[in-house]
Design a protein around this ligand. Structure first.
Ligand code: DHB
Ligand code: FE
Length: 286
């Protein structure tokens, strides 16, 4: 049966792609951010996942404002990136796992999440930058299932709904008969606002609260409405919905194994975290 090993969550600011291309790992501006990945790399070299389910928001490469699903699941054999206009190199493609994708889609719809299913799907910087950070200087060693959550055009799903979506995916993976080691990835955030009067807004105290609560009490965060979240975390801080879904998919005893928080990367409060997922005592072996 498939096993969920844990999750990695990280910021997806496009300028990171340029810094990677220019190998600025030791540059004083970038070092405190890139150093936050050393733990991720050593954890993955021990855990050796086969597949990553990636919760992210598309910024207009695959879906635009005219047609924007609240939740969409990729079911392709390969996911390509294209030039998004940020001046960063186009990424290599990521391999897919259509069998696992269809299992998740079937389970989600049976569980009353009426997702959009995408047999073709371009992946934007919200997927490619985290993959490049997690697996630097190498071909991506895992297959992916991208799960898009709308954080761009209101109305957005609630934090409660994103957590429930993740939980449904966690249950689906545990019922998957193949012997796969599965990791979750959640991308975006933390607090940031790119436009309007509050452009550049960052809220360190609120980010800390989010990083603390997401480990043991993710429900506590669901009392915030999306509008509360914009007020506390900025218009783009709502990308935390991807972190909530990632957390929801961790079905066992969750431990924060690593946290790096650094202000700012571009306009964003950058955070990287690793959460391990261990079976609860008495939990049925998956
Ligand atoms: C920035 C942050 C984002 O989440 C994004 O998608 C694009 C840009 C930034 O801080 O520059
Ligand atoms: Fe973004």
């Amino acid at each position: 049966m498939a096993t969920i090993i844990g999750g990695v969550a990280t910021t997806h600011v496009p300028s990171i792609g340029k810094a990677i291309a220019e190998k600025k790992y030791k540059d004083p501006y970038w070092r405190p951010f890139f150093d936050g990945f050393n733990y991720v790399h050593s954890w993955l070299s021990r855990e050796k996942p086969d597949v990553a389910v990636v919760f992210y928001n598309d910024h207009g490469l695959n879906f635009f404002l005219d047609k924007l699903p609240t939740f969409a699941v990729g079911a392709a054999a390969e996911y390509r990136n294209e030039d998004e206009g940020w001046g960063i190199p186009v990424s290599q493609s990521a391999p897919g796992d259509p069998d696992l994708s269809w299992h998740l889609i079937n389970s989600l719809v049976a569980d009353e999440f009426d997702v959009t299913m995408c047999q073709e799907m371009l992946i934007d910087h919200a997927v490619t930058i985290p993959l490049q950070l997690i697996w630097p200087d190498q071909a991506f060693p895992v297959k992916i299932v991208p799960v898009e959550i709308n954080t761009v055009q209101h109305p957005l799903p609630s934090l409660k709904r994103a957590l429930a979506l993740g939980r449904s995916i966690g249950r689906a993976i545990e019922s998957y008969p193949k012997n796969l080691r599965v990791m979750m990835i959640g991308t975006g955030g933390l607090s940031h606002q790119l436009d309007g009067k509050r452009a550049g807004f960052i809220n360190k105290e609120f980010d800390k609260l989010c990083l603390d609560k997401i480990v043991d009490e993710p429900e506590a965060l669901t009392r915030y409405s999306i509008h509360d979240w914009v007020a506390e975390s900025g218009a783009q801080g709502v990308e935390f919905l991807n972190w909530m879904a990632m957390r929801g998919a961790l079905t066992g005893r969750v431990r924060e194994a690593h946290r790096n928080y650094h202000i700012p990367i571009s306009n964003t409060a950058a955070a990287t975290a690793v959460y391990t997922n261990e079976k609860e005592v008495g939990q049925k072996a998956a």
